[in-house]
Design a protein around this ligand. Structure first.
Ligand code: GLU
Length: 501
């Protein structure tokens, strides 16, 4: 069997969209399943769209998910460099080869000329019809071509798409796919400045890096027709292709876009991204309180299914179970509620101390000076009640400071004038009782005085936490400390008395 080598080949044009992570994940899983190699290649030949910081963002995101490349910039490997901008000298030879074989030509039209052509004809395409009327080495006399080549050192090379042919290939997911060459334009493959464009660099690198399978988004399907043509022109065997289904908006209509995060109120990027432009600042899943293992589990099922109803998978289980055959053709709807469901599951499974380290900075920023062990205990009590780690602190302020407000609605239903006295004397007993007798002290007092347990327990909960929501009351009191809770109860008893009278 051929050695499996796959690559994730993002362009550093901004933060990596969550759909890009799914592509990386599928490549990673496919490589791991077959003991293959997962390569990261940075496709940075388009200097105009290059965004500083984007490559670091890509690598940080992969690291956060634990999808570590076996080869790539920062990871090393035998077939580097892995940044296309550092491979510039490699590509010209292949562009020249295509010209010499009659599959590509020199194009002398200036950007201004092409622009004015587009202005007068908005559907203008540089293709196998229009090229016959344009300024290139196919239309101009050989002597003119030679002199233009001498005078200009910034001549572009275009791919010469054949006329009236059909290009087909077998996609691992979509089956047999065909394209009519008359529909495909003559793409620039080498720009005037000697930089290759995506198409040339992509196939040359996939070939030189011995990539066995190209697994990428559906939007690259029509490019693949051009690539298959180029492989044939080079006399190279193309890799296998697998084009992944789209990730759709929550409404199910249209592709999930980077702006949909703001529109629907959830992140679409793994990590936060800061930009000079307000509208390009994005909050990441990490900063919003998602765990990477939950997102992996969520993302893998956007387009792939195990063939049974198992939903929960660890990364190593996925490396076993994953297969290209079980990837579907139709788009997968991005359902944030499902992502939260997975997140809740993984939060519950998480070690309390791990959760504590995740929220520790937020706790410190909020001005609370407590040990990480204390935060871990709070996480232990809270974790079943949240869907995102950032909700832990939001719902657990009373573990760090006395409540600032009380649930007046419940107080008015539960409070009776004699309760103030009882709450205060219960607080006094609590102050002196040992930690393991908190429950017995409270319950014993209620029984001894024949009080209504439902009322008293509700009022105690409000006294300690301000509201009726929260984890087990006795465990909460034990963690906060009986002395602190006793003074909260005394203060609340005064408040109850005043508010009801
Ligand atoms: N550089 C392309 C991108 O930004 C890669 C497409 C491919 O995988 O061939 O997605």
């Amino acid at each position: 069997m051929t050695k499996i080598r796959v690559r994730f080949a993002p362009s550093p044009t901004g933060p990596l969209h969550i759909g890009g992570i799914r592509t990386a994940l599928y490549n990673y899983l496919f490589a791991k399943k077959y003991n293959g190699t997962f390569v990261l290649r940075i496709e940075d030949t388009d200097q105009v769209r290059y965004v500083p910081g984007a490559e670091t963002y890509i690598i940080d995101s992969l690291r956060w998910f634990g999808l570590l490349p076996d080869e790539g910039p920062e990871f090393g490997g035998q077939v580097g460099p892995y940044r296309q901008s550092e491979r510039k000298d490699i590509y010209r030879e292949y562009a020249d080869l295509l010209v010499s074989r009659g599959h590509a030509y020199y194009a002398f039209d200036t950007p201004e000329e092409l622009e004015s052509m587009r202005e007068s004809n908005p559907t203008f395409k540089y293709d196998n019809k229009s090229r016959n009327t344009l300024k290139n080495s196919l239309t101009l006399p050989a002597a003119t071509v030679e002199s233009l080549m001498e005078k200009n050192d910034d001549v572009a090379i275009r791919l010469q798409m054949p006329v009236d042919q059909v290009i087909s290939f077998d996609d691992e997911i979509r089956g047999h796919v065909s394209f009519d060459t008359n529909e495909l334009d003559d793409k620039v493959i080498l720009k005037g400045d000697g930089m290759p464009t995506y198409h040339l660099a992509n196939i040359v690198d996939d070939h030189l890096m011995q990539i066995s399978h190209v697994i990428r988004g559906e939007e690259w399907l029509s490019s693949t027709a051009k690539h298959v043509f180029m492989y044939a022109c080079m006399d190279w065997t193309p890799p296998a292709f697998a084009h992944l289904p789209l990730i759709l908006k929550p409404t199910g209509k249209g592709k999930l876009s980077k702006r949909d995060g703001a529109k629907f109120g959830f992140p679409v990027f793994p990590l936060s991204w800061d930009s000079d432009h307000e509208e390009d600042n994005f909050t990441g899943f990490r900063e919003d309180g998602f765990l990477p293992e939950a997102l992996i589990n969520f993302l893998v099922l956007l387009g792939w299914s195990p063939g049974n109803d198992q939903e929960l998978f660890t990364l190593s289980e996925l490396c076993e179970a994953f297969s290209l055959e079980k990837i579907v053709k139709s788009g997968a709807r991005f359902d944030i509620e499902k992502a939260k469901w997975f997140n809740q599951h993984y939060i519950i499974q998480s070690d309390n101390l791990k959760l504590a380290y995740l929220i520790q900075n937020k706790v410190i920023e909020a001005g609370y000076h407590v040990t990480v062990e204390y935060i871990a205990d709070v996480c232990g009590l809270m974790k079943e009640r949240v869907h995102k780690t950032d909700e832990i602190l939001d719902n657990a302020r009373f573990f760090f400071e006395p409540p600032g407000t009380y649930d007046d609605n419940t107080i008015s239903k539960k409070y009776k004038p004699e309760y103030s006295f009882h709450l205060k004397s219960m607080a006094e007993s609590l102050m002196i009782c040992p930690e393991n007798e908190i429950e017995a002290t409270i319950k014993g007092y209620i029984a001894e005085k024949s009080l209504k347990a439902g009322d008293i327990m509700s009022l105690l909960r409000i006294a300690v936490s301000g509201s009726m929501q929260g984890p087990d009351l006795i465990q909460s009191i034990t963690l906060i400390g009986n002395n602190e809770c006793a003074s909260r109860i005394i203060r609340a008893a005064d408040y109850f008395e005043k508010s009801v009278s």
